[in-house]
Design a protein around this ligand. Sequence first.
Ligand code: SF4
Length: 971
Amino acid sequence: MPNTSSNTPLHDPTGGTVPGATEIKTTTCYMCACRCGIRVHLRDGEIRYIDGNPEHPLNQGVICAKGSSGIMKQKSPARLTRPLRRIAGRDRGESAFEEISWEEAFALLEKRLAHIRATDPKRFALFTGRDQMQALTGLFARQFGTPNYAAHGGFCSVNMAAGMIYTIGGSFWEFGGPDLERAKLFVMLGTAEDHHSNPMKVALSKFKRSGGRFISINPIRTGYSAIADEWIPIRPGTDGALLLALIHELIQDDRIDHEFLKKFSNSPDLVCLDDSAENGLFLRDPQREAVNEDLPQNKYAWDQVRNVPVQRETDQTEHFALTGEFVMPAGPHHGKRVATAFELLRREVEACTPEWAGSITGISPSRIRLLAKELAHAAFEQAFELPIAWTDAWGGHHDAVIGRPVAFHAMRGLAAHSNGFQTVRALAILMSLLGTIDRPGGFRHKAPYPRQTPPRVRNVSDETQIKPNTPLGAAPLGFPARPEDLCVNANGQPIRLDKAFSWEHPLSAHGLMHNVITNAVHQDPYAIDTLMIFMANMAWNSTMNTTSIRALLNAKDAEGNFKIPFLVVCDAFDSEMVSFADLVLPDTTYLERHDCMSILDRPISEFDGPVDAVRVPIVPPQGECKPFQEVLIELASRLKFPAFTTADGGRKFKDYPDFIVHYETAPGSGIGFLSGWRGPNGDQSLRGEPNPKQWEMYASNNCVHHYEMPIEHHYMRNWNRGYMKFAKEMGLRQKEDPIQIAIYSEILQHFRQSASGQRPGRQPPDHLRSRVATYFNPLPFWYAPLEYGATALADYPLNAVTQRPMAMYHSWDSQNAWLRQIHSHNYLFINPITAKNAGIEDGGWLWVESQWGKVRCMGRTSEAVEPGTVWTWNAIGKSDGAWHLQSGADEARKGFLLNHLISEELPLEGTGRISNSDPITGQAGWYDVRVRIRPAAGDEPEITYPQSHTPSTTAATSTPTELAYFAGSLK
Ligand code: SF4
């Protein structure tokens, strides 16, 4: 035994005291989605140790428990190592597979997919989980010709992305974040324990050490909230009410950034109030040319000195009225009644008093008032200037940038509600009133954002864009700007399987993965042939209504044929989902493959410039594992997609690394997946010819490329002329027009007009008219989550929410031998008062019931949750036997999923059912469910309910060697 009381390190992976050849390789972590730089220490080619890379800009050497436990992911007995085919005649869910070769798997897929592509491409659907290759999977779907593609965003945080992007042209996390280096006050809302994990921890640590004040607004006080200077508990789904009350207070006290709003937002723009076709739209000067088709800059403002309407962009903004209602004088709009957009916001929030919000949120009105004052104090009394000269979009020169040191961060707690889009709009507008958009100390963008509100990426909007053997005529996913952009047919019915971009959820920029299985089985809107799922555990923790979905995956018609005829699952591990597959494609781990965090996708940019990163193989793949990237390149080549085929019909790319190096977004554009070391010699950044040595150059530079922009491009990028020119030249934006903040969203008004019959063109079906008219309010408003309308609230008095734990990333890690030692099961956390009222003891067994289902679990009392909320960690509970955990493991017997209590659909008058989602974006309403709790009876078995069993796929999984704790004793 080693001497554990000695001062000598037990294990020095970098030292020369251990036998065998040691080396260190750098790559990018994927134990969660943060993408930290890591150093992998090997001895004799075997991974011995992982630590953070001190030279990486994102984590600067910091590593978390998950990241350092990557070694046990390599050692997992649940690794899939060979392609598998379900044995004919056996049911899905039995894990009854036979091994096949990759050539058999490819031949099978090639034949099936070629037939679908030649006949009806939309009968192939590709949906992926939290992968980091959506630029590639999206390209594959588009080249295939199917609109049925999306990643996990629809059930994650599309409300956060869309609500921000449609308002300020950027969003939190990959595309922007709080400038904690210069902030004085930081307000975090609805953020999970460790979202944006290491980078946020590093920034928060420095922020607090430098005296910053941190307020957390959350129903639960764990993770980041635990180190907040103040925790303000709030009822789930009510953040919108709080934000509107804060806006109310700031406007009432005139504590807003007038200059910023007049110049950089549409606040002073005149909106027509007449009951006509122009109702709710900005009036436009017919003599002036529009700058772009969606956000014409030819609008009017009201000059309050001369008391006349003036052109929006060319006149002196300091004279613009922010508030007021006017009548247009003689001219093209003679006699029309107008008001400024800001005036309409003022009226919208007039009744949103702190008392009103207090009754909804549970926060006292006095605390709301004080919070508004704190925000304003930080923004205005603590303002500062940085001597950085810049020129605005209209040629105005500025000697400095103004710092407004109040920063926010928010995520799924705001997003995962059916009122999330309007809540996030309210947050973006609150930030704009304080003038903290892309300024020091506030919210700052990260490349490739900012982009227009919304970006000019239009999805498929017409059935004629879907043709056999032809790439889609538009992108599968996009940002609709008007009803004509919806993905509906001539009858107004959905074209996509998940009904994204239909009148049910018009702005569903990330799709609705959570409804794919249900819709496919119900053949609503149509039947498909093949569903390919990558890296998403849709038979367990990534789906609502889990028991029912598992039954649907096995559903058969009267002839005994599966309702989803062919199900392909690609994953690295033997998850619950794998057992339902007809064909299993074994993926590699992140340590066994090339990968890129592309500038075309979701890179790891910093505030000061674009940053992208790669993974390179550290060890060879186990067994016959093949990266999903390689699978896509192989299939795309075999199916002869135009982008993957040479002019003479040959194969264009040898493999994935070759594709990444040589693919360009347009022939000769010089823009590809990776922005670093471009050009024949690798001496160009962002744009340049393909460089055959690009992978090697990334590998020798810590697998990361950081392009630092000149200081004058660091701020005010929505309107910074120099930055806008640079962004267009480098392909980050299509145009270099300014990005006006949408305090008032005319885009939403277009949809509302159609719903109320005021707009020609596409019309919603009658049963959806009032829904669209209600929720497409061009100004933010709060409404109770839609599920409440279908729930007897008195019978189900509590909100129930989940979050992922700090130590585990979704279901990936609850099979990790090291991380299982931190926790192997979960509890329902209950406020002691709530528990006492229900007769539940700390550690006791209880039932949690919603109108949709019930679970039995163990409870823990905790002061760190507000009394109206119960919560648990997601994805720790497992189906018995899944992930090669021993039958009877804690994860199955004591762990549980709250998903059983959540329905993927809600009742709807007219058609019977509709997705349980935000009516604007289709974001899954995970956190809207209402529950009640009661103690379990003393004679009930002490195991969680419901129980299910997933047989292990023993034929093709790994038999790992164990890694001894102490160096030199590897067995
Ligand atoms: S925060 Fe995420 S990416 Fe970073 S080390 Fe931890 S697990 Fe890896």
